[in-house]
Write a protein of this length. Structure first.
Length: 423
């Protein structure tokens, strides 16, 4: 299973992100993309669902939509979360595939969606996308290929040397300001401790490879696809709500019948003042040189509970080693919780290039599960605003501990005790 978190890995992305990224990785910047020839599609269900029927009586463990919370340390939905989930929400199809929205839930700040994309001719086609899925050797024929250097300029430190790479009309490799010859093979580059090499007029990363799927071992033709799951506007549009790229984490898994199940997750920085979240679910399918886009299925996901909110109040001055907890809050729902944290931090003179993250512990020292998140610095880079998903509480503890950890290192900067005060 492969999980892709677009927001934290690449920032804001648009619907054709994976096409552009794949073009960059394969060195196709100057070539034409797949031709965008939209074919006529048949809309099986053009539905705006005003109210969803919740999955009453279904255990949370039976619902696949919560799989997006099932990491190595899972975020476990609270009792009653399953009653918030809508099931069997509609489908659309064209001559190649059928898309069905199987489950979805909106908890007031975040949403989870599970959909299935199935080929109409399961004996001929199998759906596969290399950015969302793994390619098991027993099911797919693959090969390893080098990753081509992206266009532009890069500058970084490597073993105490300043490396600068310019990849434009001409390619330059500079080491501590002195131009260096570009090796002719990956082996030669690695032996010289250099990051790139040139072969057949193309420049590649020396220590990076990607796999290319050549075909399905059962002889079926591969249909590449990309899910299009978006927040749609009503009185306010998605842009004004800051939700243009709301569903920024996706995962997918192929099925024996050639279909694929897709999971998507997203959440806003603040609880949303909405009675329902309107989303559209569609997909693009790529066949030969054609791009075929399904008409989107429109859904309205009702907000079925009011979130609880607690304030994070540091005990004492909230200070650790070079950091200080300023303020924070946690919005609690039955699906998951969402923490906001403002803190100041002074980077060490050397190291700590990626800054710090926070682990959360209860009063007994047991770690509380956290998930995806993001952090935004202020203008001068001394204070930060973090938003992160985490395990929700049925009963709010009196205190928690926030531990600052240096990202990329097995080193911490201390813990700060904080009271949780219900608002």
């Amino acid at each position: 299973m492969k999980r892709t978190d677009w927001q934290s890995a690449f920032g804001e992305v648009d619907e054709d992100f994976h096409l552009r990224l794949r073009s960059t990785l394969n060195g196709l910047e100057e070539k034409d993309m797949k031709k965008r020839k939209n074919l006529t599609v048949t809309l099986l269900a053009a539905a705006l669902i005003v109210a969803l029927l919740a999955g009453a009586g279904i255990a949370a463990s039976q619902l696949g939509v919560f799989r997006m919370l099932d990491n190595a340390d899972p975020i476990v939905p609270l009792e009653g979360a399953q009653e918030l989930v809508g099931t069997n929400l509609g489908s659309v199809e064209n001559e190649l595939v059928k898309l069905t929205v199987e489950e979805a839930v909106f908890d007031g700040q975040g949403a989870l969606v599970q959909l299935r994309i199935a080929p109409k001719d399961a004996e001929r086609y199998v759906l596969f996308d290399s950015m969302l899925q793994d390619a098991p050797e027993e099911l797919f024929e693959t090969e390893r290929v080098p990753v081509e250097l992206a266009r532009g300029e890069q500058e970084f430190e490597m073993d105490g040397r300043l490396i600068r790479i310019v990849n434009g009309e001409d390619v330059q490799l500079l080491v501590d300001g002195v131009e260096a010859a570009i090796p002719a093979s990956a082996e030669e580059a690695l032996a010289q401790n250099l990051p790139i090499y040139m072969a057949d007029g193309r420049v590649y990363y020396a220590d990076m490879e990607e796999y290319r799927v050549l075909g399905s071992r059962d002889g079926r033709e591969i249909l590449d696809y990309w899910p299009l799951i978006r927040v749609e506007g009503e009185s306010e549009d998605a842009e004004s709500l800051g939700l243009e790229n709301f569903f920024d984490t996706m995962d997918a898994e192929g099925q024996a019948d050639g279909s694929v199940i897709v999971w998507a997750s997203g959440y806003a920085e603040e609880p949303l003042d909405l009675d329902a979240l309107t989303i559209s679910c569609g997909a693009k399918v790529y066949q030969d040189e054609k791009t075929i886009e399904l008409d989107a299925l429109m859904l309205k996901l009702p907000r079925r509970e009011e979130e609880r909110r607690v304030r994070i109040d540091p005990v004492g001055d909230g200070t650790g080693e070079r950091f200080k907890i300023l303020s924070g809050s946690i919005a609690l729902t039955k699906v998951r919780a969402y923490m906001q944290l403002d803190y100041s931090y002074k980077q060490a003179e050397t190291g700590e290039e990626m800054g710090i993250d926070f682990r959360i512990y209860d009063a007994d020292g047991e770690r509380i599960t956290t998930g995806s998140g993001g952090c935004t610095p202020d203008a001068d880079g001394s204070t930060f605003h973090m938003v992160r998903e985490m395990q929700s509480f049925a009963e709010v503890p009196e205190t928690i501990w926030l531990e600052a950890k240096v990202i990329g290192e097995d080193r911490t900067l201390g813990r700060v005790e904080c009271r949780l005060i219900e608002e």
